[in-house]
Design a protein around this ligand. Structure first.
Ligand code: HEM
Length: 477
């Protein structure tokens, strides 16, 4: 292998990016612990923002500065717009027929266009406003009861469950109760699928991959998709008054022959699972981190509450139409995403040809891992980088939508997140509502500064310990 790389190097006349010292066979795999984004950050501080690492036999390029990210995701975007082959995704997603893990090519382009236009457009997002209001209303009721009893709410669990219900209703048209699929439970199945999808992020070499029941899991996930399509094609189904969910939309496209590419039930099923997995945990985890930072910084929470109060008053709840006025809330969300990007290493990209970046040779078929967690902490890009200071955005127009490479929670370029508008809409709405309707304090007289912020790595990086807080109602009625 070494000699193969040397030969390659010679051929292109390029040198590979700097690299820590590898072990035989393992390469650099032994350097990654439980939180690979943090380990890679430390290594990049030593070896530079474009770093070469080999995990098993797979060459990886680790990207850790805004300048380098711009090279890979904008200037040479086309070269890096593919995804590596992925064993687990092949199982789960009908041979990579979904969007997230498809390699670059016509199929991915067509699918992405279809999803962007038909499922994730503003029109479509807005058609689910009433559903979001209803689901969030249910959560507010639960919290009101906890406030009456003066007991702590498990915010992490409650928000995750609400987000799963919202995603289910949007994608499949109804909430699946835990027992609907099998004894294991619907949410557990999806969650396991996410963990599985996360593991190969850093090579297919992680030992715990083998511990997961790949076939059993696949069977369950596919059962969900099949059941849903069968229900939708049942002629006796009454769906009057409901927004058209994703299954309806995709079945209609399939029947009309409107898609200009092969599009059958297996494509629909793969896409449904993709949309569920991509929307459930991402938004919920983002909300969890924003709320955690607010509880850790009570003066910031107070400022957000004042901003909302000024626009909405204390007589009613927040509506989605109020959201555009909340400038300070948007700064808080940006700052939370800077420190806690929910997908700290994005999804892995793969290069489709040789390329030279910053004078280094990047071989074809390298995996590219963009460490946005490290980029959010880059001292060259951010003053006082370790601290949560939303006010830093008052004088800056740095945006989080992929235009500014120091802040990339949704990635950027061709593979950037197509669900960003939807994700942001949910995060802004839920955070605004929960801090407008309630004051919050930490249980057991814990001081805000003592709130633990330990991370737990996966496809999304969640809190290691659930966020618990005691609510008090704020609104006048
Ligand atoms: C706060 C919420 C969300 C965050 C932080 C987020 C973040 C991301 C990130 C970082 C990527 C990878 C980008 C890359 O590889 O360069 C991604 C990809 C993707 N996201 Fe999101 N996402 C969110 C919500 C959603 C939602 C609600 C949906 C759809 C319902 C969605 C659908 C997707 C899809 C389909 C991809 C793969 C795109 C492709 O490979 O072409 N995301 N997202």
């Amino acid at each position: 292998l070494q000699s193969w790389f040397k030969k390659k190097k010679k051929k292109s006349n390029g040198r590979l990016p700097p690299s820590p010292k590898p072990l035989p066979i393992l390469g650099h795999l032994h350097m990654l612990g439980k939180n690979p984004h943090q380990d890679l950050h430390k290594l990049a501080e030593k070896h530079g923002p474009v770093m070469y690492m080999r995990f098993g036999f797979v060459p990886n390029i680790i990207v850790s500065s805004p300048q380098a990210a711009e090279q890979f995701l904008k200037i040479h975007d086309l070269v890096y717009a593919s995804r590596p082959p992925h064993e687990a995704a092949k199982y789960i997603s009908y041979d990579q027929r979904n969007l997230s893990f498809s390699p670059y090519g016509t199929y991915w382009r067509d699918m992405r266009k279809l999803c962007t236009l038909e499922l994730l457009s503003n029109l479509k997002i807005n058609s689910f406003q009433a559903m979001r209001r209803e689901e969030l209303g249910l959560l507010v009721e639960v919290i009101e009861n906890a406030a009456k009893e003066r007991v702590a709410v498990d915010l992490s669990a409650r928000v995750a469950s609400m987000s799963a219900d919202m995603s289910c209703r949007m994608v499949l048209g109804k909430k699946y109760m835990d027992k609907d699929i099998d004894e294991k439970g619907f949410k557990a199945v999806i969650k396991e699928g996410m963990q599985l999808a996360a593991t190969p992020n850093l090579g297919d070499y992680f030992p715990y991959l083998g511990a997961l029941d790949l076939q059993g899991l696949t069977r369950r996930m596919k059962a969900i998709a099949k059941k849903s399509i069968d229900e939708h094609t049942d002629p006796s189904r009454d769906r009057s008054g409901q927004a058209k969910d994703f299954v309806d939309t995709m079945l209609a496209i399939m029947e009309s022959g409107k898609a200009e590419f092969e599009f059958d039930r297996s494509h629909i099923k793969a896409t449904l699972l993709d949309m569920l997995a991509a929307s459930m945990d991402t938004s919920a985890t983002a909300i969890d981190w924003v709320l955690s930072e607010l509880l850790k910084h009570p003066y910031v929470l107070k400022k957000v509450q004042e901003e909302i109060e000024q626009a909405v008053g204390m007589e009613r709840m927040v509506e989605e139409s109020d959201l555009d006025g909340f400038k300070y809330l948007d700064m808080v969300i940006k700052e939370a995403f800077r420190l806690h990007p929910v997908a700290p290493l994005l999804l892995p990209h793969e290069s489709i040809e040789d390329c030279t970046i910053n004078g280094y040779h990047i071989p074809k078929n390298s995996r590219v891992i963009v460490n946005v967690w490290a980029i959010g902490r880059d001292p060259e890009a951010w003053a006082d980088a370790e601290n949560f200071v939303p006010e830093r955005f008052v004088e800056s127009n740095i945006d989080l939508r992929g235009r500014d490479f120091q802040l990339l929670p949704f990635g950027s370029g061709r593979r950037g997140c197509p669900g960003m508008q939807l994700g942001l809409a949910v995060v802004r709405l839920v955070v605004a509502q929960l801090v407008h309707c309630f004051d919050w304090e930490l249980p057991n007289n814990m001081l805000p500064a003592e709130l633990d912020m330990t991370e737990d790595f996966g496809l999304v990086v969640t809190r290691a310990n659930h966020l618990m807080a005691i609510p008090t109602c704020r609104l006048h009625k």
